[in-house]
Design a protein around this ligand. Sequence first.
Ligand code: F6P
Length: 373
Amino acid sequence: MTQHIGVLTSGGDCPGLNAAIRGLSKAAREHYGMRVTGFLNGFRGLAQDQTVEIDSAMLSGILTDGGTILGTSRDKPHRMNIGGKMLDMTDAVVATYQRHHLDALVCLGGGGTQKNALRLVEAGLNVVTLPKTIDNDIALTDRSFGFDTALQIATEAVDRLHSTATSHERIIVVEVMGHRAGWLALEAGIAGGADVILLPEIPYDVEKIAAAIRRRTQCGKRFSIVVVAEGAMSTADAAEVEAMVNARDQAESKKSRAEFSAKLQNFHDEHVGQTINLTRKLEQLTGQESRLTILGHLQRGGTPSAADRVFATWLGTACAETLNARNFGVMLALQGGVLKHVPISEVAGNKRLVPLDHPLIASGRLVGTSFGD
Ligand code: F6P
């Protein structure tokens, strides 16, 4: 019987985490009679045994709250900064799990969390995960909670930018989050009627974007809205990344693979902020005044949308059923409108990117949107 479970939230926060914690804990406690212990600040709380007992008072009124009542961090069990030193804390994590006599651990998180959860499965723990991220890029699930709210916020921003872009006859470039996937940019761009949408999956040519904007000007449309995913890249940058990925994948020793991975990470880190260069370049090429808006963490804050509350609650309660059935080592995934159990081992390390033949790309092209290619 599953009697005592642990729960933690890890990675970037997002709207819907509290709704999921509430759904899980209410069903686990009140329906299945389980005890629920929360671990604070992601895997750090598990490594350092920082806990909170989840009772009904803690769950009251949190459905509509953004963020997470448990706190979160990007700490990894196998590489954690403890007093300035990067230490492997996997044994400490296992020891905490055993000290509390947990029957299972629930990890709410995105792609990084799924990888960390897999490490704990391999260390012998019973783990179940739930898919959370505004990026919507977790493998094997059609949706992750948090995405819908972020999409609404980004869409509202694009709507609002239209009136100021029109009044000043400007190009407004809007950078949205999404890490290395383009779901948020694609859907916010389509919903907001962006004139150009740039995705990490479709490397762009700045001359082609400028040509699309000039065509609009020739038709008498004196403003343009460009929605850019933070991970979008020019064809030249994308070619450089591809060369580094190939070199890493072909490297023979673990050491040189690690060196290529570090180089790749540096490249991505330095790429942050490139949208300002794109905005300047568009101004030069079109002669039209241009401005940049970076939406940033606004997209992750505040109350979850109705759809995210519903989805997160459903995932939480289904997770309690999964724990009761002692079905471990799985992530709950939405596939074709139903919740399925998928092995964490098949999710970890895989990313769900926008496929180039996605119908929304075709739809965008049919309403005249440029994808910069
Ligand atoms: O994964 C969610 C996300 O918001 C990404 O879209 C973004 O790249 C990243 O997290 C930002 O992370 P942080 O909050 O650590 O700056």
